[in-house]
Design a protein around this ligand. Structure first.
Ligand code: UDP
Ligand code: MN
Length: 346
């Protein structure tokens, strides 16, 4: 072996060591960045499946729609919360753009609605108007929870949309019926929805749709502002004010007052909401305390701590007896006026 040869060999050896060091470093980087998960044999990278349908919004190419403006828009109402969640009002979104985005995802939406005792009388209008206004052109399953399945009307539904009936026992107190909803929502998500549903909305049956309720309402955790209190100062909001209750919201706290009659989001979030409200409601009951507005109080407590990622304006749950106000350009969903003495069991 002459001197020239040994130099070449040293160089080759050095290069090999360098390559090894670089490879080891890069592999470490890759592991730390979490871009790749390695499977059992530690070599082939596998893809991550992301279940959250909110992630990655893609619009179809060449979609034509009105140019968005940064200086013009609704100026009579607040359209974003202090934690930067959008507040949805008519005139703040482009329905066809949003529909195109969510169409590509082929989303499916579940609705829960309870019709126990005399409340079955609200089903025909609820179901009929849902078919006219709620997520038109999308896959929708309406889960009706009732003690009288024979009272669920046959409503003709478009393709990909259906009514599912689930039997529940009747309760003697309306507070119990209303409160058990959280438990049944939790069980439904666990037992049936996990594999086939992206979003869920939980709605009061004593209401009707009057206008579009669609993809603009989608979000991880979605709350609706109560129409009765959207200009009320904090001190006047009807939160549960007794510290003994798990629904307690102290004076000087709370963002908005949200409806118990409409809320939603992706399954994971609504599951956590239902489970939390149910657990707290039951623990309160053991201590002999019932929050001022039952599960609505617990929902408000939940939303104070777990900020909704999207807030729907009172367009999304008006009340028929309320005179319309100038900021309401459209009523999408509204509670019908009812005679409590006539329909509640107590
Ligand atoms: N509910 C029911 N049967 C009852 C009482 C209540 O099915 O006897 C359900 C129904 O879905 C109703 C919801 O619980 O929409 C909430 O009750 P309610 O609408 O009476 O409360 P409000 O909107 O008047 O506060
Ligand atoms: Mn109601």
């Amino acid at each position: 072996m002459n001197m020239g040869n040994s130099k070449v060999w040293t160089l080759v050896l050095l290069l090999a060591v360098l390559a090894g060091v670089v490879y080891y470093y890069m592999a470490g980087l890759q592991r730390r960045s979490g871009i790749f998960f390695e499977n059992e044999d530690q070599s082939v990278p596998v893809e991550i499946t992301i279940k959250d349908p909110e992630f990655h919004l893609v619009a179809p190419d060449h979609l034509k729609y009105k140019q968005p403006s940064l200086v013009q828009g609704r100026s009579d109402v607040v359209t974003v919360t202090p934690w930067l969640a959008p507040v949805v009002w008519e005139g703040t979104f482009d329905p066809s753009l949003l529909d195109s985005v969510y169409r590509l995802k082929n989303i499916s939406v579940a609705v829960t609605v309870f019709a126990v005792g005399k409340y079955t009388r609200f089903l025909p209008d609820f179901l009929k108007t849902a078919e006219q206004h709620f997520f038109l052109g999308f896959r929708v399953r309406l889960y009706v929870f009732t003690d009288q399945p024979d009272k669920v009307p046959k409503v003709s539904m478009a393709k990909g949309r259906q009514v599912m009936v689930r039997l529940v026992p009747i309760s003697k107190r309306w507070q119990e019926i209303s409160a058990r909803r959280m438990e049944l929502i939790q069980t439904l998500i666990e037992a049936e929805l996990q594999s086939n549903t992206d979003y869920i909305f939980c709605l009061d049956v004593d209401s009707k749709f009057h206008g579009r309720w669609g993809t603009e309402s989608l979000g991880s955790l979605v709350a609706v502002i109560h129409p009765g209190y959207y200009t009320t100062p904090r001190t006047g909001l009807p939160y549960e004010r007794r510290p003994q209750s798990r629904a307690y919201v102290a004076h000087g706290e709370g963002d908005f007052y949200y409806c118990g009659g409409a809320f939603g989001g992706i399954l994971q979030e609504v599951y956590l909401l239902a489970k939390t409200c149910r657990t707290n409601f039951e623990a309160d009951a053991k201590d002999g305390i019932e929050a001022a507005w039952q599960e609505e109080s617990h929902l408000n407590r939940f939303m104070w701590i777990n900020k909704p990622s999207k807030v729907l304006s009172p367009e999304y749950l008006w009340q028929d007896f309320k005179a319309i106000t100038p900021e309401i350009h459209i009523i999408r969903f509204s509670g019908v006026t009812k005679n409590y003495a006539d329909i509640r069991p107590n």
